[in-house]
Design a protein around this ligand. Structure first.
Ligand SMILES: [Zn+2]
Length: 103
């Protein structure tokens, strides 16, 4: 297995996992339960980790993640799923109804 990404945002990692598995890249998330090792390791070192099961797919997985993160940064307009308001990519939630942007 290969570590391809780590983030303090578990929801975000699950999104990446779903995205990779849609491309037939099987993944697992580790360190999801911080409490099991809390006390032994400083908390910053136990962020959830996304691992790819097949070592041969590591590079491919990283490319998908890189592309995805680039698209988030460069961004396009997005439309709030709740109220239909349009926003620039830099906004993470809807100013109109406070809904969180769906990935
Ligand atoms: Zn909205």
């Amino acid at each position: 297995m290969r570590l391809v990404h780590t983030s303090e945002d578990r929801i975000y990692l699950y999104h990446l996992k779903n995205m990779l598995e849609a491309q037939d890249i099987q993944c697992v998330i580790k360190n999801e339960r911080l409490s099991s090792i809390a006390g032994e390791i400083p908390i910053v070192n136990v962020w959830p980790e996304l691992w790819v099961k097949d070592n041969l797919k590591e590079k491919w997985a990283k490319e998908i993640i890189t592309e995805f993160e680039k698209s988030v940064v460069e961004g396009e307009m997005w439309t709030c799923e709740n109220c239909g308001e349009e926003h620039g990519a830099q906004f993470k939630d809807c100013w109109n109804c406070q809904s969180i942007k769906a990935f």
